[in-house]
Design a protein around this ligand. Structure first.
Ligand code: PLP
Length: 397
């Protein structure tokens, strides 16, 4: 590979994360990092693992009680016909799960259908595996869902994988049951694999989360990928998992996991067992609070930046992916080759607000900007006040 990696892009998310360390008193609305405490069941299990000296090498695929808990959860909550715990692999967060899956699945030149907008590491990880992401626009007038005719038109003889991400980061678009059924039919018709990134399975405000792997026959060709990062507010702990029915493919993925991590941190895995086996009330509470923050932020945006951004609150996930009004931006002196980059840089420099330019999520998403609404109420309100002040300074000029 070597120099091949020079051609893999670095996401603006990474560049902005660096930039934010140079900003004093920043509002970290660039980070999809939920500002809640981790569940007590997780913390207690971590403490116990330390006391019990759980500090040694573990099986590469993950510890048996954790794989058992994940298999049970996938069967009961997601309706996926997991036959054996052997089908589960524990990973270093969802990111490592997706990385391993794409490395195991793709041959050079294979095409992968991806939404536009999409969380940028997806495209980079496909490229890192020698594949080619083919982005198909999510339509804002369809509540950021695909027009499925456009998906089918994008399929070529080289297409190998259909990547689904519902709820979608950044737009919050949620596929309906009908969408998922039609996508399953498309995957079967064109003999495609499906990688189903369900990182936001617990954050749906309208409609329902529905895994394509639960449809008859679909788990044979679908790799559902999950993470504990968001649902349990443990992004830094790095625990994720996926299931693969096909043994040969699973063995390939196992090697990637072995050679990239040996095993996921022992302490993190024992903590995750605590989170999975304890009360799940935290997930319902988390969703209620995120819904409040979503509505608070959209309302606040109208007041802080009237006429500057437009968009309706999303159906899922915890981002505000809003359209920038080019005229309003021009009046504020925001100019540049990329409107979304110029706006992001303006907000970072003048209002200390971390945010991510739409163009990072795909070419069709230029002109949008992403704010994370999973930050604390105080931080969101602080960012809104700072935005209002920065924009009123411009108006007073
Ligand atoms: N998939 C999507 C769409 C995401 O937005 C994220 C995180 O932001 C992930 C996967 C993986 O997250 P993690 O590696 O923290 O589990």
């Amino acid at each position: 590979m070597g120099k091949f990696y020079d051609s893999v892009p670095v996401s603006a998310i990474v560049r902005i994360r660096d930039m934010m360390y140079t900003v004093k008193d920043p509002f970290r609305l660039d980070q999809g990092d939920v500002s809640f405490d981790a569940p007590d069941t997780f913390k207690q299990a971590v403490a116990k693992a330390m006391v019990d000296n759980r500090t040694h090498y573990l099986p590469t695929q993950g510890i048996p009680p954790l794989r058992k808990a994940f298999a049970e959860k996938m069967r009961k909550k997601n309706g996926i016909p997991i036959e054996s715990d052997d089908e589960i692999l524990v990973t270093n967060g969802g990111t490592h799960g997706l990385f391993s899956v794409f490395q195991a699945l793709l041959e050079p030149g294979d095409e992968v259908i991806v939404p536009d907008p999409e969380w940028p590491p997806t495209m980079a990880m496909i490229q890192a595996a020698g594949g080619k992401p083919v982005q198909v626009p999510l339509r804002e007038d369809l509540r950021f869902r695909w027009n499925l005719d456009e998906v089918e038109k994008a399929i070529t003889p080289k297409t190998r994988v259909l990547y689904l991400n519902s709820p979608n980061n950044p737009s919050g678009g949620v596929l309906t049951r009908e969408d998922v059924e039609q996508l399953a039919a498309i995957a079967k018709k064109h003999d495609l694999w499906v990688v189903s990134d369900e990182a936001y399975e617990d954050v749906v405000y309208r409609g329902e989360h529905f895994s394509i792997a639960s449809l008859p026959g679909m788990y044979d060709r679908t790799i559902p990928v999950y993470t504990l990062s968001k649902s349990y507010a443990i992004t830094g702990v790095r625990v994720g998992y996926f299931a693969i029915k096909d043994k040969a493919l699973r063995n390939r993925a196992l090697k990637i996991v072995l050679y990239t991590t040996s095993n996921v941190s022992s302490i993190a895995q024992y903590g995750a067992v605590g989170a999975m086996e304890g009360s799940q009330q935290c997930i319902a509470d988390f969703k209620t609070e995120l819904l409040f923050r979503r509505d608070m932020f959209y309302k606040g945006l109208e007041e802080a930046a009237p006429g500057f951004f437009s968009g309706t609150p999303p159906d899922g996930a915890f981002y505000a992916f809003v359209k920038i009004n080019p005229e309003a931006a021009k009046n504020a002196g925001i100019t540049g080759e990329s409107l979304s980059w110029a706006t992001a840089e303006y907000l970072i420099k003048n209002a200390r607000i971390g945010c991510v330019p739409g163009v990072d999520f795909g070419p069709n998403s230029e002109g949008y900007i992403r704010f994370c609404t999973c930050r604390s109420r105080e931080e969101l309100n602080g960012a809104l006040a700072s935005m209002k002040e920065a924009l009123s300074r411009v108006a007073a000029r």
